[in-house]
Design a protein around this ligand. Structure first.
Ligand code: FAD
Length: 293
């Protein structure tokens, strides 16, 4: 199923983001995670595209395998990093030949060792250009793009960032999936501005359940997500107790997701970091999806 059809049907669109594992053990963990989460009937599974284009073909291979093993819809992430326009077009052909029906179109971040994103020679500068390239070359594919309730770290102001987000939608994106956030009030403010800017495609909040405090601190520092002080203090108080951190994280995510569902979001995009336990607890508690026995 393509992204626009998923949300057009008026059903809640649960999506799950995974990344290509780097070891055999990681592989085993991923497949058992998907085996468990498939029972929640996700609308799609999305697979990231490695920083620096390191997983160029791997993303497509994993998406194809997910579809073959579980008959689930997939979305392949794709970035502008390290590729010329021609190489990007080659990848689009390759993805299309391998049955990819949805693409998450991103600019990407600087590869390791490089301070900021640099436009590759003969390549693209921004995700809106990638959306246009996709629409020109594979017109029927579903396209998701990234949105930032707390502003993209490089953008001078939230208003400029929103105008840039609109460019991606005007270029043909079908839905916006947000960066992870913990403070719903920032999401609601962003949603108001989004609607006021005349953006009408579905806006899907991105949720990362906290399972390890140290890891989430690294991730939020990288992506610029605001970490609520009260939540940080609660987690700091149990910094030597992994189980307690997990419980606090899950409990927080459940109440965060419940408020978002009550506020009428059309779906939810879970960053599960290739593990299922927290996501299962949240979905069970919200009754958002019925696990298939
Ligand atoms: P853009 O939309 O191009 O925005 C980048 C910056 O440029 C912003 O500050 C924006 O305001 C500004 N800008 C945009 N367009 C213009 C313009 N036309 N003129 C001037 N300024 C402009 N990264 C990966 O490497 N692989 C992944 O698989 C991946 N998946 C992701 C999935 C989601 C749902 C999200 C939210 C992020 C993901 N990322 C991924 C991270 C993403 O690549 C980074 O956040 C990156 O820094 C910006 O990507 P973008 O597509 O939002 O870029």
């Amino acid at each position: 199923m393509r992204i626009p059809e998923i949300y057009r049907e008026g059903q809640f669109g649960l999506s799950i983001e995974i990344f290509p594992p780097k070891s055999e053990q990681g592989d085993r963990v991923l497949w058992s995670t998907l085996e468990r989460l498939r029972g929640y009937a996700p609308a799609f599974i999305s697979c990231t595209y490695g920083a620096g284009g390191t997983t160029r073909t791997r993303t497509v291979e994993i998406c194809r395998e997910i579809h073959e093993r579980f008959e689930l819809t997939t979305t392949a992430h794709f970035t502008c990093v390290g590729a010329t326009r021609e190489e990007l077009i080659d990848w689009l052909k390759y993805a299309s030949e391998n049955g990819i029906g949805n693409i998450m179109a991103l600019r990407g971040d600087a590869p390791q060792g490089q301070e900021s994103f640099e436009t590759p020679p003969g390549g693209l500068c921004y995700a809106n250009e990638l959306v246009s390239l996709i629409r020109e070359n594979v017109p029927d594919v579903g396209i998701g793009v990234a949105g930032y309730p707390e502003k993209h770290p490089e953008a001078a102001t939230a208003e400029i960032d929103l105008a840039n987000l609109k460019r991606k939608v005007d270029a043909g994106a079908d839905a916006v999936f947000t960066q992870l956030f913990f403070d719903n009030s920032n999401f609601f403010r962003f949603r108001d501005a989004y609607q006021a800017a005349g953006i009408t495609v579905p806006l899907i909040p991105g949720i990362m359940p906290i399972t390890e405090f140290a890891r989430i601190k690294r991730i939020t520092a990288m992506c610029g997500a605001v970490f609520p002080t009260e939540l940080a203090s609660r987690l700091e108080a149990v910094q030597d107790d992994a189980e307690a951190q997990f419980e606090i994280g899950v409990e927080y995510a459940i109440s965060q997701c419940r408020e978002l569902v009550d506020a009428g979001v059309p779906g939810m995009h879970f960053y599960v970091l290739n593990k299922s336990q927290a996501c299962e607890r949240i979905l069970d508690s919200l009754g958002l999806a019925t696990p298939v026995a």
